[in-house]
Design a protein around this ligand. Structure first.
Ligand code: SAH
Length: 280
């Protein structure tokens, strides 16, 4: 560990020397959360950092309206996973970030939601640290928060949800994710499942087998905070059927507090509603 740190420090000194030799400061990497999609959910800090970018390395969840906020001259590189084309492996991305920063560039690694929630931001931060590259983190609104807000369903709620847990539903094809089912099956807590659309049936089965009630309220939100957002209210028992045919980034939210969820935007103050009120 100490050796690791010494190596990083040596690397950092080398970088400073290099930067001075070139007459410019060494570059930097920013891990920036772009939020769930709605550009208005970007933080002011994310916007400021983005506006100072020389290069933006982004994943597929970041919409064009947000990428447009970077300077026109900034280079944009998509490292989105593609079925038909070469996808970047995580260590290629790590090397790219470090190399750009060593070239003296202000590098923005822009990710959907928050960089540290199922975003592999931790690995990128470690790579920067190991290379002696300065790295800052700008948190973002993670999809779970946008999904709850969109449906008017609080993730914690007095008497109904004393805890909220974010888990990944990702698993090898045909397999259930490896999760702590007995703990997730306890009542009075909200479980938010990222990447769980295709495993929703197996997840529901495991939770019910572990004792969570069949009738536990459940909510599916696809494309939270975007114009094409979809909300589906169901129960744990009905989850798999409700998820059928859905496509796009989606969250499954389970728990007693999801009984407050509303499908229809009527009765919920969206941005438009808020604007009208402000104008009146
Ligand atoms: N770092 C991101 C999560 C990346 S993992 C965050 O903090 O939100 C990718 C998964 O996130 C998707 O498969 C989906 O489950 C979820 N997700 C991301 N954006 C979403 C959105 N706008 N609506 C619903 N789910 C979303």
């Amino acid at each position: 560990m100490v050796a690791h740190r010494d190596k990083a420090a040596k690397g950092a000194r080398r970088l400073v020397v290099l930067g001075e030799r070139r007459g410019r400061a060494p570059g930097r990497v920013w891990l920036v959360g772009a939020g769930p999609g709605d550009p208005e959910l970007l933080t002011i800090k994310a916007l400021r950092v983005l506006q100072g970018a020389d290069v933006v390395v982004h994943d597929g969840l970041v919409p064009a309206e947000i990428l447009d906020l970077a300077p026109p001259a900034a280079r944009r590189i998509s490292v989105a996973k593609r079925k038909s084309r070469h996808s970047y492996a995580q260590d290629e991305i790590n090397r790219m970030l470090v190399a750009f920063a060593r070239d003296g560039l202000e590098v923005v690694r822009l990710k959907g939601g928050d960089p540290f929630i199922f975003g592999r931001g931790g690995e990128e931060l470690e790579a920067c640290r190991a290379a002696g590259v300065e790295c800052g983190v700008v948190p973002g609104v993670t999809a779970a928060l946008a999904a709850g807000a969109a449906a008017g369903a609080p993730l914690t709620h007095r008497g109904a949800a004393q805890a909220v847990t974010f888990v990944t539903g990702h698993a090898a094809t045909g397999e259930a994710p490896d999760l702590d089912w007995p703990s997730l099956a306890r009542a009075n807590q909200t479980v938010v499942i990222y990447m769980g659309l295709s495993t929703s049936g197996l997840i529901a089965e495991r939770l019910i087998a572990a004792g969570r009630a069949d009738a536990t309220p459940a909510l599916i939100v696809v494309d939270a905070s975007r114009a094409n957002e979809q909300r589906i209210i169901t129960t744990l028992g009905g989850l798999a059927q409700a998820a059928e045919g859905l496509d796009g980034p989606a969250l499954l939210l389970l728990g007693e507090a999801m009984a407050l969820a509303q499908v229809d935007a009527a009765g919920l103050a969206g941005y438009e509603g808020a604007e009208l009120e402000a104008k009146a």
